[in-house]
Design a protein around this ligand. Structure first.
Ligand code: PMV
Length: 328
């Protein structure tokens, strides 16, 4: 009744921003999205179901006291328990190798790893689509950390049709994602809060009108490995998502001064001939995307231009899987 899984966080190139009206708890997105799994942002989770536990016990990166996380994890375990027809409580130990709640999507890798470990511990036989549907209910973007490599999450119209699948394997295109950790402090505004205000932006409807076309262009740019079309698209997409946040009520700014500085530097470096584009989720940390030939130069420029807490280099990576290294 014990299993361990590992999952990678993912970076959205076309973002999930806003839920379908009336489907908040199911986490049905208003639009589809495209992402890539990140090799060096990893969550490992061990789940053990046992009659020895009278309540669910959670150890999340060495802390046991976060009520919000504890109740979300318990609710997710309930979904898996319901499928298996059991009520047995569980112990969950989970470790991230990167900061959480600073915009690096730890909830994506976290809920993907939890889903795969819990399903395996209860010996349920679920296919990849079913795992993705389940992970989505824990945290929307977690559904994209289940399949391998480059991934599309189809928005769908019901629980059963909103899941992610792999569009290209990790070795299709060796993109480099340089994650720049600016500040390891947790963000003050959650994505959930941001999304609940998204429809209040006057630009939100306009965004939804064009999103399918963007998904198509993004997929084709990845297929053809056209870095320029791809890069321009993802940078403007990130700014579009943040423009919705800026113009929601009340307005939201997720960036720190160093975030903006790196955005401007990225555009300057590009003008000077370095192929690099940025994208960013809801937090101050930023992702700079380049190709392997330019990785070293980019890292040295980042160090020269600002003080950063940490740089994490990523390649496209596999989806969630079972491992043998139990955490307890
Ligand atoms: O899955 P959530 O609730 O953590 O929301 C993710 C939202 C963004 O990271 C901003 C965009 C995305 O598609 O990952």
């Amino acid at each position: 009744m014990k299993a361990t899984a590992q999952a990678h966080s993912n970076i959205a190139f076309i973002k999930y921003w806003g839920k379908k009206e009336g489907f908040d708890s199911l986490k049905l997105p208003a639009n589809g999205s495209i992402s890539m799994n990140l090799s060096n942002l990893v969550t490992e989770t061990t789940v053990e179901f046992s009659e020895r536990y009278s309540v669910d016990k959670l150890d999340f990166n060495g802390t046991e006291n976060n009520d919000n996380i504890r109740s979300k994890v318990s609710e997710h375990l309930d979904r898996v328990r319901k499928k298996a027809g059991v009520t047995t409580k569980a112990k969950v130990v989970s470790r991230n190798n990167f900061p959480h709640s600073s915009g690096l999507s730890s909830s994506a890798s976290g809920f993907a790893a939890l889903t795969v470990a819990a399903v395996s511990a209860l010996e349920l036989q679920l296919n990849e689509k079913e795992l993705s549907l389940l992970a989505r209910q824990g945290s929307g973007s977690a559904c994209r950390s289940i399949p391998t490599g480059f991934v599309e999450w189809v928005a769908g119209r019901s629980h059963d049709s909103s899941y992610a699948y792999s569009i290209f394997p990790p070795d299709h295109w060796d993109l480099i994602d340089v994650v720049v950790v600016i500040d390891a402090q947790a963000k003050e505004l959650s994505s959930t809060e941001g999304m609940s205000r998204a429809f209040k932006s006057p630009f939100y409807k306009e965004r939804l009108k064009n999103i399918q076309e963007k998904i198509h262009t993004c997929t084709e740019a990845i297929r053809k490995k056209d870095f320029e079309i791809f890069g321009e698209l993802i940078e403007s997409e990130a700014l579009e998502m943040h423009s919705i946040a800026f113009t929601s009520h009340p307005p939201m700014i997720y960036w720190a001064p160093e975030t903006l500085r790196l955005m401007l530097e990225t555009q300057r470096w590009r003008k000077a001939g370095l192929p690099v584009y940025f994208t960013i989720n809801t937090g101050h940390d930023i992702h700079l995307i380049t190709t392997p030939d330019h990785e070293k130069k980019l890292v040295s420029l980042i160090h020269k231009s600002c003080t950063v807490k940490k740089i994490i280099m990523n390649h496209p990576s596999e989806g969630a899987c079972i491992t043998k290294n139990h955490l307890f």
